[in-house]
Design a protein around this ligand. Structure first.
Ligand SMILES: NC(=O)c1ccc[n+]([C@@H]2O[C@H](COP(=O)([O-])OP(=O)(O)OC[C@H]3O[C@@H](n4cnc5c(N)ncnc54)[C@H](O)[C@@H]3O)[C@@H](O)[C@H]2O)c1
Length: 255
């Protein structure tokens, strides 16, 4: 991969910490010019200063134009990474529509792709990296909005890939289980049960992405065992649901 991203214009959303910061560091180490976006302007600046990048703070759903300007007109790689997680939101308690609405960060992916595609199709190249989650292939105990919206993010990445791959657009969907970040710390008892035991460092997610880029793969699985879970779900949905319900019951007993 030496030189592949030398001078490339890369945008990483939600890069003030966690997985996004690891992606920003890795692209910068590969020689890219990196736009570091985060809702939290101070965190964005801190990481941008560290990697010699440019901070473009703000909501990830509306930064493509500013990021493009900051990079001198061209975005080569766009990492749609910003995300939020909430425990709950299922129908076992009061329906909180604000939580559901706030979980649709996939709309930021749709808006970004809409703005990026015309230039990418014209020059026959561009790379869209979506930080989804294993929850987008499987589910997340205790977090219906997260599970549902991550399925949407995965479906959108898949659709982008199948629609534009013959026109030079590369798409990668990163689907990790637990990653040691602030978000994991905030997932509460469900995260403690199902994510913490196999959690990895954000740098391992960046490594998995770069290996996937090298191999030209769409689906990036920093936890390789997720492939077998995904197959099990597709192969026998009832058996898989019974197994997941066992975990749900363990979680209820432990709360
Ligand atoms: N940590 C995990 O276990 C895990 C597992 C699978 C997938 N993911 C996904 O990885 C991505 C990054 O998560 P993380 O664990 O690094 O979280 P994190 O909370 O450590 O970092 C997320 C960053 O995104 C920023 N952010 C949130 N909403 C934003 C918005 N609308 N615009 C701009 N910035 C915004 C936050 O300020 C924060 O700095 C998310 O999409 C998350 O769903 C995380």
């Amino acid at each position: 991969m030496v030189g592949a991203f030398q001078g490339a214009g890369v945008v990483v959303t939600g890069a003030g910490g966690g997985i996004g910061a690891a992606l920003a560091r890795r692209f910068a180490a590969e020689g890219a010019r990196v736009v570091v976006n985060d809702l939290d302007a101070e965190r964005a600046k801190h990481v941008a200063d560290e990697v010699g990048g440019i901070a473009v703070p703000g909501d990830a759903s509306a930064i493509v134009a500013d990021a493009r300007d900051a990079l001198g007109g061209t975005v080569d790689v766009y990492c749609a990474n910003a995300g939020v997680a909430f425990e709950g939101g299922d129908t076992g308690g009061p329906l909180d529509e604000k939580v559901w609405a706030a979980s649709w960060d996939v709309m930021a992916h749709v808006r970004a792709a809409h703005e990026l595609l015309p230039a990418w199709l014209e020059r026959g190249g561009g790379r869209f990296v979506s930080t989804v989650s294993a929850a987008g292939l499987l589910t997340m105990i205790g977090a219906a909005p997260y599970a549902v919206t991550k399925h949407g993010a995965y479906a959108f990445a898949e659709w982008l890939s199948l629609t534009y791959r013959h026109r030079g657009v590369k798409v990668h969907a990163i689907c990790p289980q637990g990653v040691r970040t602030d978000m994991l710390a905030a997932t509460g008892s469900a995260g403690d049960l199902v994510l913490q035991p196999t959690a990895i460092e954000p740098e391992a997610v960046a490594d998995a992405l770069f290996k996937g880029i090298e191999d030209d793969r769409f689906l990036i699985l920093p936890h390789p065992e997720v492939a077998a879970y995904y197959q099990a779900r597709a192969g026998d949905p009832d058996r898989w649901l019974t197994g997941m319900n066992r975990i749900q019951q363990q979680w209820e007993a432990a709360r």
